[in-house]
Ligand binder design. Structure first.
Ligand code: GDP
Ligand code: IMO
Ligand code: MG
Length: 429
């Protein structure tokens, strides 16, 4: 198994960026395969903090980075993010960054629609990042999208644009919004095309060649399994498949390419946006987790909801993504608690469940069944070896492994790149 697929096993923000950055030292290629700039991946290297939304985290080390066909790409955001990272001293050229020709574009009216719908939804709002992700994926499956490769054929765009604008103008009319200004859109596309096109390559070919040469590919998932369009807490989800299986379809490699599936798991639970969250703590303990963990969204700055570790959800994620091992992150945030709680099941009405039922109403009513586990007073912050961990912290990790039925491969003990404990090298499997 030369490759590693990193996915979030909760509701996103598990620390995928830190772990991908750490692993990318051993990788030859890093590939994003779904989502878009709704992601917010934070990397801390010495006194530098890098925040990436669209670019694969491998770019910070200069590792060949590719944006696969499964990603929806906002070309203006792409340009801004490249400029921002270059400003931080990161070298980015078409030699180390490639974009798949078949990525659908996120256009300004996708962003408008995302916001208009959220504003009109009242209490039912999803709490999206308002970046146009959902509307862009809708156009992809509706076979109306403008794709990256169209930027090289803008003069032939007429009929495609007719279909696309007819669809959106009808939606916009429903919100009392003016029709799309086609001339302006074409001018904007022409202007951005010259920046994007040098990066555009047949990424599936790059990756298949890398595979044939025995190179190590690291797939970087965005969001988390509980935000997956099929397996998540629908409708409070994102609009892509976030499970590990998407690494193949979202890049143009066969299903065996995923290799070692590394599920990133926070030592407690957070969620940003609306939707069910059985172990949520709306009290001082939740506040304490949020403060210690600095739980504010990278993309929107929103406060993340916090709660106890939910072993039921992670066990479910391990199953639907075929997780080989987990990286347990933010263990240090739990330092100093007298007692920790782990959710081992749910009570819904007079029934108990050892999985999260599919219906949103049942999910909303799920009451956690907890077991208590003694906390630890010593610090785990900055630990780089197993031997530095307090005995109770090790017990907590072991109990999590038992409950989720999956071994811990890495432990992360601070935002800093090197504060990571390697238990088993995922690339060595
Ligand atoms: P991602 O979306 O999964 O990449 O995660 P984010 O970057 O959105 O959120 C994780 C946050 O936790 C970031 O600010 C990281 O710098 C930080 N972080 C990652 N690992 C650890 C850790 O082990 N301990 C602490 N205290 N912070 C961490
Ligand atoms: P990373 O990769 C956490 C959430 C939004 C919202 C829902 C739908 O940093 O883990 P969207 O804009 O995708 O249509 O919003 O999904 N969401 C995330 N939550 N981390 C993310 O990415 C997220 N990307 C989207 O808050 O609830
Ligand atoms: Mg994030």
């Amino acid at each position: 198994m030369a490759n590693v697929t990193v996915i979030g096993a909760q509701w996103g923000d598990e620390g995928k960026g830190k772990i991908v950055d750490w692993l990318s030292e051993r990788a030859d290629v890093v590939a994003r395969f779904q989502g878009g700039h709704n992601a917010g991946h934070t990397l801390v290297v010495g006194d530098k903090v890098y925040k990436l939304s669209l670019l694969p985290s491998g770019i910070v080390r200069g590792t060949l980075s590719v944006i696969g066909n499964g990603v929806v790409l906002d070309p203006w955001h792409f340009r801004d993010e490249v400029a921002k990272l270059k400003g931080q001293g990161v070298d980015i050229t078409p030699d180390n960054l490639q974009i798949a020709e078949t990525c659908p574009l996120i256009l300004p009216f996708h962003r408008d629609l995302d916001g208009l719908r959220e504003d009109a939804s009242g209490a039912g709002k999803i709490g999206t990042t308002r970046r146009g992700i959902g509307p862009a994926y809708e156009d992809k499956v509706g076979r109306r999208a403008i794709r990256v490769c169209d930027l090289a054929h803008l003069d032939d765009l007429g009929p495609q644009l007719d279909r696309l604008t007819a669809h959106h103008d009808a939606l916009r009319a429903g919100f009392n919004e003016a029709p799309i200004d086609r001339d302006r859109l074409m001018a904007e596309l022409r202007e951005i095309a010259s920046f994007i096109l040098p990066f555009v390559k047949p990424v599936w070919l790059t990756l298949n060649k890398a595979k044939a040469e025995g190179k190590r590919i690291l797939f970087e998932g965005a969001q988390g399994t509980l935000l997956d369009i099929d397996h998540g807490t629908y409708p409070f989800v994102t609009s892509s498949n976030t499970v590990a299986g998407t690494a193949a379809s979202g890049t143009g490699l066969g299903p065996s390419a995923a290799g070692f599936v590394l599920g990133i798991v926070k030592a407690y639970t957070t969620r940003v946006g609306s939707g069910p969250f059985p172990t949520e703590l709306e009290d001082a303990t939740g506040q304490r987790l949020g403060e210690r963990g600095h739980e504010f969204g990278t993309v929107t700055g929103r406060k993340r909801r916090c709660g106890w570790f939910d072993a039921v959800l992670v066990r479910q994620s391990v199953a639907v993504s075929g997780v080989t091992g987990i990286a347990l992150t933010k263990l240090d945030v739990l330092d100093g608690f007298d007692t920790l709680k782990i959710c081992t099941g749910y009570r819904i009405g007079d029934q108990t469940y050892d999985y999260l039922p599919a219906h949103a109403q049942d999910q909303a009513k799920a009451e956690p069944i907890y077991e208590d586990i003694e906390g630890w007073q010593d610090t785990t912050a900055g630990a780089r070896s197993w031997a530095e961990l307090p005995a109770q912290a090790i017990k907590y990790i072991r109990r999590i492994e038992e409950l989720i039925g999956c071994p811990v491969t890495l432990v992360s003990t601070s935002p800093e790149r090197e504060d990571t404990i390697l238990v088993r090298d995922p690339f060595a499997d």
